[in-house]
Design a protein around this ligand. Structure first.
Ligand SMILES: NC(=O)c1ccc[n+]([C@@H]2O[C@H](COP(=O)([O-])OP(=O)(O)OC[C@H]3O[C@@H](n4cnc5c(N)ncnc54)[C@H](O)[C@@H]3O)[C@@H](O)[C@H]2O)c1
Length: 351
C-alpha cells in the first residue's frame, strides 16, 4: 500500500506566473486594472479597520528585500518583494514578488500567489486611482520617465481610469523606450518616444517617474515642472532612493499612501518629518480635498503599501474559482490526529 495522498486541509490554491497571465488575458489587462482599482478603493475606504505598519525592509548594497503584512481582522495578507536596480543587467527583474492570504480565525493560508505581474498591475491601478482625484481636469497627455517593467502597466491604467490618450516616453536606455513603444503600439494610446526628460514632459498634464536607481537621483528638477501638473512618482521607494528635486516637493501638495512608511521611503524623506502630507484614503472617503485648483502642483508620492497587495490578493482569490487558474499545493501537514505529527511522519517512512 502506498502512503495516502494529501488530505483536503493540506491543500492551498497556488497561482503561478502562468496562471496569472491566463487570468489577465481572460479578463483583459485594462479591465483587470479597473477592477483591481475598485478593490483597492474599497479597502482604502475601510482604512481604519486594517492593521498597518511600515514594511519590514532588509537592505543590502545591491537592493532591498521587504515583507508587507496587513489584516482586516478576518483575513491576513503579506507580500514578499525585492527591489534590486542592477538585476536587469544580469537578466533578472528589478522587482519580483509573491504573496499569501490567510484566514485569521484558523491561521490557515487560503491562497499563495505570484505577485510580480500582480504588483505591476496593482501599482498602476493605485497610481491611476490617485490621478482620478489629483490630476488636472481634462488631462490627456502623460510623460513616463523610466520605461522598464512598470511602464506599460502605468500607461494602460491611466488610459483606462484617468482618460489619458497620449504618452511621451523617455529612458536613459533607448532600448527600454523602444520596447515600451512597441508594446503599446496596439493599446489605442498615441505614443511618442523622446530623447530627454525635458522633451518628454513637454505638454504633459501628468508626469510619471518610474526609474530604478539605488541612490538619490534627480529625474526631475524644479524648473521642469510648471503649474497645474500632476506628478506620479513611484520609483523613489526606499531610504536613499528618490527621483525628484526637493524644491519640487516644496511647491507641491503631497499625497501619500501611509505616511509613516512614506516618510521613511518616499520622496518626502527629503523633507522635515512634520511637513504636511495627505493620505489618499482621506481623499477617497471625502475627509480631505484632492486637487483644489488648476494651478496646483499635485504629487502622489507612491511607494506601494500592504493594503494594495491585500486588495490584489483578495481580487485574485475571487477569480480563481471561475477561471480554474490555479493548482492545489500540498502545503500544510494534516495528520489524522492533529497532535500526532510524528506519527504521520512514521507512517510515511520509506520502504
Ligand atoms: N511605488 C510602487 O508601488 C512600486 C511598485 C513597483 C516598482 N516600484 C519602483 O518603480 C521603479 C521601476 O520599477 P521597474 O520594475 O520598472 O524597474 P526596471 O529596472 O524594469 O526599469 C527601470 C528603468 O528606469 C530607467 N532609468 C534609470 N535611471 C533613469 C534616469 N535617470 N532617467 C530615465 N530612466 C532611467 C532604466 O534604464 C530602466 O529602464 C523601481 O524603482 C521600483 O522599485 C515602485
Amino acid at each position: 500500500m502506498g502512503s495516502p495522498g494529501p488530505g483536503l486541509l493540506s491543500l492551498v490554491p497556488f497561482v503561478s506566473v502562468d496562471h496569472m497571465m491566463r487570468i489577465v488575458w481572460d479578463i483583459g489587462p485594462e479591465r483587470m486594472i479597473v477592477e483591481l482599482a475598485a478593490y483597492i478603493e474599497e479597502d482604502f475606504r475601510r482604512w481604519e479597520l486594517f492593521d498597518k505598519t511600515p514594511r519590514i525592509a532588509a537592505h543590502s548594497a545591491e537592493g532591498v528585500i521587504e515583507l508587507m503584512p496587513t489584516s482586516d481582522g478576518a483575513t491576513y495578507g503579506f507580500k514578499y518583494v525585492n527591489g534590486h536596480p542592477r538585476n536587469a543587467a544580469a537578466g533578472r527583474q528589478t522587482v519580483t514578488a509573491f504573496g499569501v492570504l490567510s484566514h485569521v480565525d484558523s491561521g490557515y493560508p487560503m491562497l499563495i500567489s505570484e505577485m510580480t505581474v500582480l504588483t505591476a498591475l496593482r501599482t498602476a491601478a493605485t497610481s491611476a486611482l490617485a490621478a482620478r482625484v489629483l490630476a488636472p481636469p481634462g488631462a490627456k497627455t502623460m510623460a513616463i520617465i523610466g520605461n522598464g517593467a512598470q511602464c506599460e502597466f502605468q500607461a494602460i491604467a491611466f488610459k483606462a481610469l484617468a482618460g489619458i490618450e497620449a504618452v511621451r516616453l523617455h529612458d536613459i536606455d533607448p532600448k527600454a523606450t523602444a520596447k515600451a513603444a512597441a508594446n503599446l503600439a496596439g493599446s489605442g494610446l498615441a505614443v511618442v518616444s523622446c530623447r530627454s526628460s525635458e522633451e518628454a514632459i513637454l505638454g504633459a498634464d501628468i508626469v510619471t517617474t518610474c526609474t530604478a536607481d539605488k541612490r538619490f537621483a534627480t529625474i526631475l528638477t524644479d524648473n521642469m515642472i510648471g503649474a497645474g501638473v500632476h506628478l506620479n512618482a513611484i520609483g523613489g521607494d526606499s531610504p536613499g532612493k528618490t527621483e525628484l528635486h526637493r524644491d519640487i516637493l516644496l511647491r507641491s501638495e503631497i499625497f501619500v499612501e501611509y505616511a509613516p512608511q512614506t516618510r521613511i521611503e518616499g520622496e518626502i524623506q527629503q523633507l522635515d518629518p512634520s511637513h504636511p502630507v495627505t493620505e489618499l484614503w482621506r481623499v477617497l472617503t471625502g475627509l480631505a480635498p484632492g486637487r483644489r485648483d488648476r494651478a496646483q502642483i499635485t504629487l502622489f508620492d507612491g511607494v506601494g503599501f500592504a493594503i494594495e497587495d491585500f486588495s490584489a490578493l483578495r481580487y485574485i482569490r475571487d477569480q480563481i474559482g471561475r477561471t480554474g487558474e490555479y493548482v492545489n499545493l500540498d502545503l500544510l501537514a494534516d495528520p489524522d490526529d492533529p497532535r500526532d505529527l510524528f506519527g504521520m511522519l512514521l507512517r510515511h517512512r520509506p520502504g
